[in-house]
Design a protein around this ligand. Sequence first.
Ligand SMILES: C[S@@+](CC[C@H](N)C(=O)[O-])C[C@H]1O[C@@H](n2cnc3c(N)ncnc32)[C@H](O)[C@@H]1O
Length: 221
Amino acid sequence: MDPDPDLPTKSHHRAWDKDYHYRGKLWRGVPPEIPTLPDGMIILELGCGNGKTLSAMIRRCWDIVAVDVSPKAVQMCQMMVEMEEDRCLSRVEVMVADACALPFEDETFDAVFAFHVVGHVPQHERDDMADEIWRVLKPGGKVFFKGFGRGDMRYGKGKEVEDDTFLRNGILVHYFNKEEVLEVFVDFEVEDLRIDQWETLIRGKRLPRQVVEGTFVKVSQ
Ligand SMILES: C[S@@+](CC[C@H](N)C(=O)[O-])C[C@H]1O[C@@H](n2cnc3c(N)ncnc32)[C@H](O)[C@@H]1O
């Protein structure tokens, strides 16, 4: 039997779609803080999931395109956008696409949000993703990155399939340090790079969370 053309072909992509099908909204709670950018900017969000970050983005008057490899996540995101009463009425488009092979022309976007998506693919695809971000950004455009750090409480859970990358229920999670984020975005100029860490209380135990965050600028050579 031919594979369903609407389903992702890579196993680490299908695992996400399965998870959204079985568990529904995976990302809840307060959306993260997002940077201040002028109205009218053309913005791309990679790996939008069920729209946690997008729910904050659509309150800004940006022209937004959000992509995810999971058709189920895209469907949930589209519903969220339709139901959000406080959104700005500028363009918001949500579509299925792989961030490693983006269906957009060169130099389309003023900024790219890549929150917790670069770390969910193997190493060679992380490089592909950074190349695609470079390609679709306008000169002077920025990419906002977040990924889990090696000091996070979940580091080591699952089977290690590449250095600092663990496979758990089909989903890949890579844990970064600052040096490695610099390597991924080697073509960009660094505007900001920091480690954010805090503790979370789980069954009376204080456990560490750690995220590497960065802002990188496409400065043409
Ligand atoms: C941890 S969730 C992040 C959710 C969202 N960025 C947020 O901040 O609310 C990771 C998402 O990335 C998506 N994803 C994984 N690999 C991807 C790829 N190559 N291209 C696009 N999306 C991808 C998954 O389907 C999943 O929805």
